[in-house]
Design a binder for this molecule. Structure first.
Ligand SMILES: NC(=O)c1ccc[n+]([C@@H]2O[C@H](COP(=O)([O-])OP(=O)(O)OC[C@H]3O[C@@H](n4cnc5c(N)ncnc54)[C@H](OP(=O)(O)O)[C@@H]3O)[C@@H](O)[C@H]2O)c1
Length: 308
């Protein structure tokens, strides 16, 4: 496993990470433990969750699975999403963050969070209030690094400058939807991250499994897979045309599209960790192994020219 800096921080995170929005939903506590154990065995340390995944059960099951080996993992969790009724049960206010960090720590069974991320921009809370409370949590030792998710480039820029103006800790990373199938962030956010040294943690890196090789034109989705009930608009002729071109490109080089999905994202040195979800041990093992392909510049350009 390769390890990369999380943005400009000193934290080393595995180039392949583990996403956990299936834990507590598709996966029960036992299945979660199996996936996590395999992830750690493969050198994956980056585990991404949220206080909102499966009503908190993702954090709870991760906490149970990491009992006795907490130090092996970098736990990245999030706050912002609505977690109950009432005006202060979501967002990025001091009130909500101080309440929710305690709930996350309790569910995770730990006394510190490695990377605490705001899940969403909160238009109702001044970013200075959010950064101040996050900075306080770092000072208290409850949180080690801070990050964000789903921010637009201008929002991240405002956050960085607000933090600088007040001498507060800055976001080490940003988590956007980013894959060969979804490149919207390349126009503004990716260049911003390059200039400012913010680490990128792409989510949906496998396009919900479309880039794993298990979906074949005209064959219907394999039962029990994520795109089986709802293809999320992926099963179009245009997408299968592209997938088949990518498959041919990979086959010529003795690689797979799954490997390419990671290699293409990791070709950007600002990508710190690619957090792919996994519902089975063999998937997380496959994903960890898939990280070994380094694209040449020519290969990267050739692939990129095929993408939407
Ligand atoms: N910040 C945010 O707002 C946000 C939003 C969404 C997700 N996330 C985070 O990003 C993580 C990654 O996103 P994601 O898990 O939703 O999507 P993803 O990584 O694009 O797809 C993961 C799904 O693909 C399938 N898969 C994974 N590895 C495979 C393999 N080797 N072979 C075959 N199939 C494989 C599995 O689904 P099946 O087995 O069911 O087919 C798995 O659940 C999440 O887990 C979560 O931690 C963050």
């Amino acid at each position: 496993m390769d390890y990369r800096q999380l943005g400009r921080s000193g934290l080393q995170v595995s180039a392949i990470g583990l996403g956990t929005n299936n834990f507590g939903r598709q996966l029960d506590a036992k299945a979660t433990e199996i996936v996590i154990n395999h992830a750690l065995d493969m050198g994956i340390n980056m585990i991404d969750t949220s206080n909102s995944y499966s009503g908190g059960r993702s954090e709870e099951f991760i906490g149970r699975a990491l009992k006795g080996k907490r130090h092996e993992a970098i736990i990245a969790t999030k706050v912002s999403s609505r977690v109950g009724e009432g005006p202060n049960m979501g967002g990025n206010s001091r009130q909500h963050i101080l309440a929710e960090v305690e709930n996350s720590l309790r569910r995770l069974g730990t006394d510190y969070i490695d990377l605490y991320q705001i899940h969403w921009w909160d238009p109702n809370t001044p970013i200075e209030e959010t950064l101040k409370v996050l900075n306080d949590l770092i000072t208290q030792g409850k949180v080690r690094y801070i990050g964000c998710s789903n921010l637009k480039a201008w929002q991240l820029c405002e956050s960085v400058w607000a933090g600088r103006a007040s001498g507060l800790a800055s976001f080490a990373s940003v988590q956007p939807s980013y894959s060969m199938m979804d490149r919207e962030v390349e126009s503004e956010l990716v260049p911003f991250c390059k200039s400012y040294g913010v680490g990128i943690l792409p989510y949906y890196p496998l396009a919900n499994g479309f880039l794993t090789g298990k979906y074949v034109r005209g064959q219907g989705a394999p039962e029990g897979t994520r795109l089986a009930d709802n293809d999320r608009g992926m099963f179009t002729d245009e997408n299968f045309d592209m997938l088949e071109r990518l498959e041919a490109f990979c086959a010529e080089r003795d690689h797979t599209v799954l490997e390419l999905a990671f290699a293409w994202l990791l070709a950007n040195p600002n990508v710190s960790s690619v957090i792919a979800g996994a519902t089975k041990a063999e998937q997380v093992v496959g994903n960890a192994k898939a990280g070994g392909w380094s694209l040449t510049e020519e290969e990267y350009d050739e692939v990129t020219a095929m993408l939407p």
